[in-house]
Design a protein around this ligand. Structure first.
Ligand SMILES: [Zn+2]
Length: 185
């Protein structure tokens, strides 16, 4: 699951600021191939099904009244920085619906600035700590906790920041929708 929440507010039409150039181009291709299908729109929340190479992915975009991106999620395995191609194709569809899609113009934009691991440690970080950060395997670390400990940590985190809560809620809603479809067949 890919969920991207900007640290700064990005307007929808500037989503490319948080997208790698290669991913942007792939997303444009996906859009042109009509892979993004809007399944549902509830106020400013858009639910897309995007046909990937093999699997169908679910993209949810939530856009604030001031046109900035609140959150964008996708359940594909993409784990690099920035939005994935499924999210890109969904953003393009939203822009098209609002009659402000200019693909030609988009192709000339500068995307996400690539960050390299060889960067020197940021202010306030010792080189040693920074090295530890780069080598930190969060999956392994999470594996070291017991289930109850993980729940405790997650709930505590949610008390400070709702993003994880919304992320889980999205998961829950997608599951509900999936089960509804199951009931029909
Ligand atoms: Zn994706």
């Amino acid at each position: 699951m890919k969920i991207e929440e900007g640290h700064m507010k990005i307007p929808v039409h500037r989503f490319y600021k948080n997208t790698r150039k290669l991913v942007l181009f792939r997303g444009i291709r996906y859009y042109k191939e009509n892979r993004a299908a809007l399944e549902k729109q509830v106020d400013n929340t858009y639910y897309f099904d995007v046909q990937g190479e093999k699997n169908l992915y679910h993209v949810v975009l939530n856009i604030a009244d001031d046109d900035t991106i609140v959150f964008a999620s996708c359940d594909c395995p993409y784990s690099e920085a920035g939005y994935c191609k499924h999210q890109v194709s969904a953003f393009l569809d939203v822009l098209k619906r609002q009659d402000r899609l200019d693909i030609q113009d988009l192709q000339n934009k500068e995307g996400l600035k690539e960050k390299h691991k060889s960067e020197i440690a940021p202010k306030g970080w010792s080189a040693e700590d920074f090295k530890k950060l780069q080598e930190f395997n969060v999956a392994d670390y999470l594996n070291s906790f017991r289930r109850e400990e993980l729940i405790f940590i997650m709930i505590n985190y949610m008390k400070q920041d709702m993003k994880l809560f919304m992320y889980l809620f999205h998961h829950y809603i997608v599951e509900l929708e999936r089960n509804k479809i199951k009931d029909w067949s």
